[in-house]
Write a new protein. Structure first.
Ligand code: FE2
Ligand code: FE2
Length: 126
């Protein structure tokens, strides 16, 4: 899982750099799709671990996977034209790159850390 997290760190960094460099929408959309796709696979793997170690389904981590997963799935279902909508102030993203980053980073810092704490407690008690 840590390797996955490092991988996300690099993908998010690349996206940041692409935004900062003013990359065109096609490039940004491709990067966002790549991150969304990988994040869904990652959640599936983590969900399997949660089940295996008896992590309760009502924890915020598991709820967050479902919530973020639903957002990412709907994003991947969209075609290129509806992924970004032209607004008065320029391009408006259905899921802006900055928001995608916040979702993934907060997932790492808070939610996965909570699962790690759970595992540590279980091992200590068990
Ligand atoms: Fe994770
Ligand atoms: Fe997670």
């Amino acid at each position: 899982m840590d390797a996955d997290h490092r991988h996300f760190g690099l993908l998010v960094r690349d996206l940041d750099r692409a935004v900062a460099a003013g990359a065109n929408d096609t490039i940004l959309e491709d990067q966002i799709r790549l991150i969304a796709h990988d994040a869904l696979l990652h959640f599936d793997k983590e969900d399997a671990l949660h089940t295996r170690y008896g992590y309760p389904p009502e924890t915020s981590t598991r709820k967050l996977h479902n919530e973020i997963g639903a957002i990412l799935r709907s994003l991947l279902r969209k075609d290129r034209d509806s992924l970004a909508i032209d607004g008065a102030a320029g391009r408006k993203w259905s899921l802006p790159p900055a928001q995608l980053k916040v979702l993934l980073v907060s997932h790492l810092i808070y939610e996965d850390a909570a699962f790690r704490d759970f595992l540590t407690r279980e091992r200590t008690l068990g």
